[in-house]
Ligand binder design. Structure first.
Ligand code: B12
Ligand code: SF4
Length: 473
């Protein structure tokens, strides 16, 4: 059977603010995960529109499309195109799960929730000639899932081909997050068996890994055995975790020993009222600075996530947030305009209050204001969002942030990582155009390698005497 799998490009692909590098980071892991359930005899063509021109002139029997909120309209068009040609088209992913009724007219079958239970079920029905219209996931397990079809991924087109997920979901329930809506009807947080996760890691070439898990430290027992198992594997990796998990126990030390070098942390807001509004209880009364210092003492760089536009925000929130990030040496910051995704608690609250201003999903890219604001006008919010990015990534602020670290090596890493990510757009574009992106991996691995501290000076000591190459393992 000829199977076409498509990740349509997000709408931002046509925006003047489009940063090709941001969308050439990760391969389509969800689709490669599903491909593992197809037969070895199937002829599979997996296309990611972020990095390649879609070929729509082919004639597959089955078309599988992954739908995110801001590629939804494009996904529906592609689906209609293939249905008109007689292919059997199926749609799934986050947006289909949030709005199945919207997606259904464009598909022969739709899928609600994760695919590991319902996709193989569909394939059996499809082969028998009796596929159902709707498949709803209820069995949540990652036990005995077949190895991801990484052979279908065009590795050279991505900066981070080694992306991996070893858990699904998250133990928390923030009201702006997709998590509860997507995993409704079953377990909302579950992990792989440690041995399976280690085997998957072992299959990945090179040193660098990026864990795309929502919360890599979310299950302490699993994370402990994972990091213990990874200790001898000579990997460097990045991931995401919450403030409270960094402060609790010694899991973060174990992660650092296993190779964690950079962490995405959801600080989101400094206002307790905002935290309550977004049900982000795990951040309440937590000392953000203590979490930051703990990460820095372990040589871990921080990508801080912040959201603007919660009801307690005022005009000063942008400056406060940027200044805090620079002062505390946050390496990179990701800012978002609060976005109420359909299906989330936040969306339902705002809908009830009559605050949703548009349901044009193309605008739900976390850069535009789509709801009635309270403490700020929509214009102030969008202007403040763009100001914050510009301000945080000014050379002077990158320099200032870097210089806050004690260790000389950490200063350099911070400077190169933040500067490299935001300041060399034309270089990134050239590498993407010439399909050389993957060749920059060794440089990334170098920046992410371990900082060597002098033992007698403790973990935060400055290794000033060391020369540049000696600073990196
Ligand atoms: C990688 C990633 C990206 C990549 C996406 C491209 C890519 N190559 O995948 C990039 C960097 C481009 C990106 C950008 C953004 N992202 Co993003 N991203 C992720 C991330 C971290 C991992 C995705 C992943 O690989 N998951 C693992 C795989 C195995 O799961 P999966 O893809 O969901 O696939 C499974 C199911 O969905 C299902 N499935 C999917 N498709 C189909 C189709 C069929 C037919 C079937 C049967 C099943 C099925 O089966 C798969 C196996 O279970 C997720 C968080 C997360 N943990 O998922 C956020 C996430 C998707 N991103 C998010 C956001 C907010 C963004 C941005 C807006 C951020 C920003 N401000 O720029 C942008 C734009 C996204 C948009 N407009 O929708 C939100 C989405 C919220 C929402 N409701 O849409 C998420 C969920 C993070 C979060 N916790 O809030 N992102
Ligand atoms: S901690 Fe992060 S992933 Fe978990 S529910 Fe909150 S926003 Fe979502």
């Amino acid at each position: 059977m000829k199977v076409k799998m498509i990740l349509p490009a997000l709408t931002e692909a046509e925006s003047p603010f489009w940063r090709p590098i941001k969308y050439s980071l990760f391969p389509p892991l969800g689709l490669a995960t599903l491909a593992a359930y197809l037969s070895p005899d199937d002829e599979i063509d997996l296309q990611d529109q972020h990095v390649e021109q879609l070929n729509l002139n082919d004639t597959p029997h089955l078309v599988i499309i992954q739908v995110y909120i801001t590629n939804a309209y494009r996904a529906y068009k592609i689906a209609d195109h293939y249905r008109a040609k007689g292919a059997y088209v199926i749609l799934g992913g986050l947006h289909v799960t949030s709005l199945p009724l919207e997606a259904a007219p464009h598909a022969d079958s739709i899928f609600i929730g994760p695919g590991e239970d319902i996709f193989p079920m569909f394939l059996t029905d499809f082969k028998k000639g009796c596929p159902q219209k709707v498949y709803r996931s209820t069995i949540r397990t990652l036990e005995k899932v077949p190895p991801i079809r990484r052979d279908l991924i065009k590795r050279h087109l991505y900066l981070v081909p080694n992306s991996i997920v070893v858990t699904r979901g998250c133990p928390h329930h923030c009201s702006f997050c997709y998590k509860d809506a997507f995993f409704e009807g079953g377990r909302t947080f579950y992990t792989q068996e440690t041995d399976d996760a280690l085997a998957e890691i072992d299959r990945l070439p090179g040193r660098h890994l990026y864990f795309l898990d929502d919360h890599l430290l979310g299950n302490a027992r699993f994370a402990t055995s994972l990091f213990d198992g990874m200790k001898g594997m000579n990997r460097v990796f990045q991931g995401a975790a919450t403030v409270d998990s960094i402060l609790r126990g010694n899991l973060i030390e174990k992660a650092a020993e296993a190779g964690l070098r950079s962490l995405f942390v959801g600080f989101e807001t400094f206002s307790p009222q905002n935290l309550k509004q977004s049900n982000k209880k795990q951040n309440l009364e937590k000392d953000y600075v203590e979490a930051v210092n703990r990460l820095h003492s372990l040589g871990i760089m921080i990508n801080g996530s912040f959201v603007f536009g919660l009801d307690d925000d005022d005009k000063d929130v942008f400056k406060r947030t940027v200044d805090w990030g620079v002062k505390h040496a946050i390496t990179t910051s990701t800012y978002h305009v609060l976005t109420p995704y359909p299906g989330t608690g936040l969306f339902n609250d705002m809908e009830r209050q009559g605050r949703i201003l548009t349901k044009n999903w193309d605008l739900y890219d976390t850069r535009k204001v789509v709801y009635q604001t309270v403490g700020l006008s929509a214009q102030e919010l969008e202007d403040g969002y763009w100001w914050a990015y510009k301000e945080f990534y000014k050379w002077s602020n990158i320099f200032k942030g870097s210089m806050q670290h004690h260790a000389h090596a950490h200063k350099l890493k911070h400077f190169f990582y933040a500067g490299g990510w935001k300041k060399f757009e034309s270089v990134w574009n050239f590498l993407i155009k010439t399909k050389n992106l993957n060749n920059t991996l060794p440089a990334l691995e170098t920046v992410l390698s371990k900082i060597t501290f002098k033992k007698d000076q403790g973990m935060t000591a400055i290794n000033e005497a060391a020369t540049m190459p000696a600073l990196f393992e």
